[in-house]
Design a protein around this ligand. Structure first.
Ligand code: TXA
Ligand code: MG
Length: 314
């Protein structure tokens, strides 16, 4: 059910959950202080309660009230990328951020989004927690229709059109040992862009000392349609009629069926369509598809590859 920003503000203040657009993907929202509503998010998504949520804010002073202190160089990162698709993991003020939001961790993930509608809502409601608005394990939602496909036509969603980035935020965490930020989840901002601001190379997909991923969510199944997905670099040897998710600016043998993810010259075009195309496979009851992963291993392509690898895991 499409609702206005005004209606979303009222529902959030009454302790309800709603879906909201952001520049990355749609989020399933609850007001930070409404603990019952936060619990509803976990239930509605089928999300394990040891997978913490990101807190969204509309200005840096809101962040100051939720954390102990910002790690070194956080100011440089915030200045360069906020508002926008960057999430920082910071030591939480445990009184200000309910334990259920943090999955009992001492830290909180914070993001200042740039989408106009979400900012308008954050200004009225205060900090809002939002995981991506999809059933746990499924591809994220990049349009109001995707939210309705997962949660039902009556679920309240503010329609902000197709998400501008199409991929989730990049998550960074500060390592006190090396005194450097590291990438906890690849996302819409590339490591190269962040390295320019920090002046050093970022460690990717880092894990803690016991080998656990820095984002608990990385442990769970993600972004997966029902269809079996296979990543391939050479489509020549595929059987006739095989469905290939490929690129509109590459030529393919005539015996395969190609669905274009976007163009090789613009990874942003692929990012915007990626989850929609994975969702279409299910809508059309496709049982198998091959994905052409013969693309550069740099920039946004790294995030796209990481999502495809997760989507293909069963
Ligand atoms: O772009 C985005 O980040 C979207 C939009 C809606 O803002 N949100 C999103 O949330 O992708 P979600 O819940 O689908 O993914 C958040 C990830 C999870 O892997 C979770 O484990 C991790 O962030 N996370 C949240 N709080 C954390 C914390 N305190 N420490 C480590 N990881 C955390
Ligand atoms: Mg998610």
């Amino acid at each position: 059910m499409r609702i206005s920003s005004r209606e979303a503000i009222e529902l959030l203040l009454e302790g309800e959950i709603v879906a909201l657009p952001t520049e990355t993907v749609y989020g399933l929202a609850a007001a930070l202080k409404e603990v019952k509503a936060v619990e509803k998010i976990f239930l509605r998504k089928g999300r394990p309660n040891n997978n913490p949520l990101i807190v969204h804010i509309a200005d840096i002073s809101q962040a100051d009230k939720l954390i102990k202190s910002f790690p070194p160089d956080a100011d440089k990162l915030m200045e360069a990328f906020w508002p926008g698709p960057l999430t920082l993991i910071v030591e939480a003020d445990s009184e200000a951020v309910p334990a259920v939001v943090r999955a009992n961790l001492p830290t909180v993930a914070m993001r200042f989004p740039s989408n106009r509608l979400i900012l308008e809502i954050l200004e009225q409601v205060g900090p809002i927690v939002m995981p991506s608005a999809n059933l746990s394990g499924k591809p994220s939602a990049t349009a109001a229709e995707h939210v309705e496909a997962d949660f039902g036509i009556d679920f309240p969603v503010v329609d902000g059109g197709v998400s501008a980035c199409g991929l989730e935020s990049t998550i960074l965490s500060y390592d006190v040992q090396t005194k450097k930020w590291q990438v906890a989840r690849l996302g819409a901002i590339t490591p190269e862009e962040i390295e320019k601001v920090l002046g050093y190379c970022l460690k990717l997909s880092a894990a803690d000392k016991s080998g656990n991923p820095l984002c608990p969510g990385q442990l769970f199944r993600h972004y997966s349609p029902e269809a079996a997905l296979y990543l391939v670099e050479n489509v020549e040897q595929l059987e006739a009629g095989s469905m290939v998710l490929g690129f509109s600016d590459r030529s393919y043998p005539s015996h395969v069926k190609v669905v274009a993810l976007g163009t090789l010259s613009q990874p942003e075009s692929v990012a915007i369509r990626l989850y929609d195309i994975l969702r279409q496979l299910d809508a059309e009851a496709v049982s198998k598809a091959w994905i052409d992963v013969s693309f550069p291993r740099e920039g946004l392509w790294l995030t796209i590859l990481e999502r495809l690898m997760k989507a293909a895991q069963k």
